[in-house]
Design a binder for this molecule. Structure first.
Ligand code: COA
Length: 131
């Protein structure tokens, strides 16, 4: 099994193409495409397993968003790899989630809980001095 993470600017045509199949219906795809263009500062990260799109997330102003793994690729470490990949490149990160699996991944990767807002719990991570 080969795993690879690639980085995309929000308006990268190859991002849209890579995710096109991921979103299933054309309607769902177009909704997400609009979402990308509403967030011009976002960077996207796609995890590939054996060249297939396995999961993705985005980064906006230091906040990890949109974390999602294709159901058939779950529990194979792709969400963990996506966050680790971003941790290797950033010094401060936040992540808000209502998903208990994401919470456990965040804690495993050194994120610390700091705030709840509505149904979302927020976690913060800071690189250690050797980053
Ligand atoms: C949450 C999600 C992104 C996780 O992706 P993933 O690629 O399967 O995650 P990983 O394989 O890296 O890690 C899964 C971890 O959760 C654990 N896990 C799996 N099911 C679990 C459960 N029901 N309860 C608690 N932990 C669970 C696994 O054991 C694993 O931990 P480990 O690495 O310590 O063994 C994926 O399930 C998903 O896309 N869910 C739907 C979308 C969503 O809710 N996104 C969150 C938006 S913030």
């Amino acid at each position: 099994m080969s795993e690879e993470i690639r980085t995309y600017a929000y308006d990268d045509e190859s991002l849209i193409l890579a995710l096109r199949h991921y979103f299933g219906s054309e309607q769902h795809y177009h909704e997400h495409q609009k979402h990308f263009y509403r967030s011009p500062k976002k960077t996207f990260f796609i995890g590939f397993i054996d060249s297939a799109v396995a999961g993705y997330c985005s980064l906006s102003k230091g906040e990890i968003q949109d974390l999602h793994t294709v159901p058939c690729f779950r529990n194979r470490g792709i969400a963990t790899s996506l966050i680790r990949y971003i941790q290797a490149r950033e010094t401060v990160l936040t992540l808000g989630t209502s998903n208990t699996i994401v919470e456990s991944i965040a804690k495993k990767l050194g994120f610390i809980y700091y705030l709840s807002r509505g149904k979302y719990n927020y976690f913060r991570w800071e690189a250690k001095g050797d980053h």
